[in-house]
Ligand binder design. Sequence first.
Ligand SMILES: [Zn+2]
Length: 458
Amino acid sequence: MGQPSGPQKRAPFTRLHAVIVLATIMFIATLASFFSNDAEATRKSDPTQLIQLNEQALSQIHLSLKEETSNKEVFLPVLAREEIQPEQEPAQELKQTVIKIKSGHSLSTLFKKHHFSHQDLYRIMQKGKSTKALRNLQPGRMLEIESNAEGQLYSLSYQINRLQSINVLRANDDFDIETVNKPVEKRVNFSQGGIQSSLFEAGKEAGLSDALVMEMAGIFGWDIDFALDIRRGDKFSILYEEQFIEGKKYQTGTILAAEFTNQGKTFKAIRFTDKSGRTSYYTPEGLSMRKTFLRSPVDFRRISSRFGKRKHPVLKRWKLHKGVDYAARRGTPIQSSGDGKIIFKGRKGGYGRVVIVQHGSRYQTLYAHMNGFKRGIRVGKYVKQGQTIGFVGSSGRATGPHLHYEFRVNGSHRNPLTVKLPNAAPIKAAFKNDFMAHTQRLLSQLDTHKPTQIALNQ
Ligand SMILES: [Zn+2]
């Protein structure tokens, strides 16, 4: 409420000014008498309403009125509003210090350094479990302290991790302690890419982390053999979640929906959590992406001759030897492609060291040229899908280390790259409607994103 300080001459006290002043005084007087008559009664009936309008506030109005009229400048309605603000606690003189924790720092050493009372430290540490993080300050984390005019600790805030901090606030002779979780903001992101040389390079170009690319490969790993099937021109698009804290990226969340086109064939997957809390990926029709068999019994990242190089990792034709070969470094783990029971483990002519797994009554898988078997693998033992059973080698008739993999249905060999694999259970009927609504929303998001993104890339 600064006075006008311009060089122009102040206007003389005109009749108009007088009228305004008089009218305002009368208005305030009426207001004052109204409140002094009724304040007592009103306060009793509703204590929250009029507490701000106490005598002090009214006397301040009178005071400012006096001052202002003597200056012949009256903007009283505005002034009055300013003065009737609720009273605030008298502001404390607080001194703020921000400390970056170094190794060897403890709350005790910091209290000593800042001459805070040992009793206060004791009071805080008495608070039990919630102070656990304060007992073991981590180097590099930030600690903020405020001390009051008496030099006592007034407040303390320690960043436990990126998500949580612990706040200590003086309350008379004691302290209140609370652990605060920063709000995590979730944003849905869209990304798409086309494969030129490798899946990971395409992922990188699309701005995806390797972890997210692996997650995508995991989702489609039952339909696509990422070791042998990937070709130039394959493409993908995904909707995924990212988490932010205070505007900064905290972590990449999960894939919500994804589409992968492999050699002209498109697969779609949607993440869905049903009302029983079960989360899984499904096809748009509600079939589980998870199948009875993995497409590839070796982690595709371990396959040595990758797509893009001249030599294709399939060393021999399927027709000639009824299996698929995965060239990989000696010692690369070999996983059982499905749940089953081991029916053979040992040496077998040209196969070298070999393991055969029986899956149900119809299916068998065979893994040959092993360097060695996984400890604990023996005939009669049940194995889970993805469980390591042995390691890549060149035993038997093999020119170099590789896995020879066979897939048999009812005793006859099938090409594991093309055989139609049985689906796992579809989504439960009770959740189908929920699922369909969810799926439509995500797929349309995926579709609407695509054209704009293409436009941006051009
Ligand atoms: Zn082979």
